[in-house]
Write a new protein. Structure first.
Length: 218
């Protein structure tokens, strides 16, 4: 079963804050972004958390890396899009909380509950279509292709366009898994992309001919 799941972490908050500053023209196009060590010191986080935050901006085309020089602002427009989408996620989380509170406190007010639920469904659909912070999930069963292979050797981004943001193995969740992470049965891949990317990922691990019983191969 493949679904989307909400993620909220410190490095995403930092990425959104940096994007907000870019959107407000505190960093014009071509300006150098603070080094990872400076970002880590400013937000009181580890260098790894700062790296993940800047990596989000790079993956979305908001900043670009120049070898040996650091990261530079590439697009104010994309920064604005990212901030808007991030705010939609926060709004969705708040709205969901209101729904749950309404169920607990005011079960008799069915009309209000219905209106809040309609808003939640509508906003969830909108976030699912456009928001890069709500990854898809893909569980690898024993029927999946490419088991016991590493993320690097599979060249997943080149083949599907998907950016893998996390890998769950049993009860362990590995954020931003490296190229040497090996895929196993019952692993769950979390990745971002549009609906076409989701289809490509599904077909990559579960080719259509494996799903369709009764088909013959000439």
């Amino acid at each position: 079963m493949t679904t989307k799941k909400q993620f909220s972490s410190r490095y995403q908050q930092i990425a959104a804050d940096l994007a907000q500053q870019i959107w407000e023209h505190q960093y014009p196009v071509g300006a150098k972004l603070h080094a990872r060590s400076a970002v880590a010191a400013t937000y009181g986080v580890s260098p790894e958390t700062a790296r993940k935050a800047i990596s989000i901006l790079a993956d979305l085309g908001i900043v670009e890396a120049k070898h040996g020089s650091g990261f530079f602002v590439a697009s104010i427009e994309r920064a604005g899009e990212f901030v808007t989408q991030y705010q939609e996620v926060a709004s969705l989380r708040d709205l969901k909380g209101e729904v749950l509170a309404s169920v607990t406190r005011q079960k008799e007010e069915l009309t209000q509950f219905s209106q809040l639920l309609d808003q939640l469904v509508a906003q969830t659909n909108r976030v699912q279509q456009a928001n890069p912070l709500a990854p898809f999930e893909l569980v690898l069963t024993a029927e999946a292709q490419h088991l016991d292979e590493t993320i690097g050797t599979l060249k997943i981004w080149q083949n599907t366009g998907a950016t893998i943001v996390a890998l769950r193995h049993g009860t362990t969740l590995q954020v931003s898994p490296g190229p040497y992470a090996k895929l196993s049965v019952d692993d769950c891949l979390f990745f971002v992309g549009n609906d076409l990317v989701f289809q490509r990922m599904t077909h990559f691990f579960y080719p259509p001919q494996r799903w369709e019983s009764g088909d013959s191969v000439d």
